[in-house]
Design a protein around this ligand. Structure first.
Ligand code: DAT
Ligand code: MG
Length: 148
């Protein structure tokens, strides 16, 4: 089953949005297989956002993502990578449709509430970075017979 890495960013944690965000993915039918509240060390932040190293906002991005605890998660389900991106909405909340997480809860690109892997390769890479030590929880849910 496909897996993706999702993370409530420090602004989402401070604004008490963990439960709201978890609820959306649960209700959709996806299955939570890993989760932890954590502070991101600077080196992990720089590696996680490595693709943006040369961008002018890189320093700001690393400072923000390390500015407070995040809620890191792994979710699984059919087409979860692309569907979670749709549920998150556009990167810049001003362009994100109402009904999406960023559309409903964000105002600026710098504080856009949630991260989600954008492709199978990045999902695998990011799950490895954040859950290498913790591992994931494999379990079956009877409700899946009614989801699939
Ligand atoms: P996404 O988080 O939708 O995958 P991304 O990978 O292009 O978006 O960028 C990573 C994060 O960097 C994004 O969530 C917010 C920040 N960011 C992106 N573009 C930015 C910009 N032009 N100015 C400031 N921050 C930006
Ligand atoms: Mg991205």
């Amino acid at each position: 089953m496909e897996k993706t890495f999702l993370m409530v960013k420090p602004d989402g944690v401070q604004r008490n949005l963990i439960g709201e965000i978890v609820a959306r993915f649960e209700k959709k039918g996806f299955q939570l297989v890993g989760a932890k509240l954590m502070s991101i060390p600077k080196e992990l932040a720089e590696e996680h956002y490595g693709e943006h190293k040369e961008r002018p906002f890189f320093g700001e991005l690393v400072d923000f993502i390390t500015s407070g605890p995040v809620f890191a998660m792994v979710w699984q389900g059919e087409n979860v990578i692309a569907t979670a991106r749709q549920m998150m909405g556009s990167t810049n909340p001003k362009d994100a449709a109402p009904g999406t997480i960023r559309g409903d809860f964000g105002l600026t690109v710098g504080k856009n509430v949630i991260h989600g892997s954008d492709a199978p390769t990045s999902a695998e890479r990011e799950i490895g970075l954040f859950f290498k030590d913790t591992g994931l929880v494999e379990y079956s849910k009877l409700v899946n017979e009614w989801v699939y």
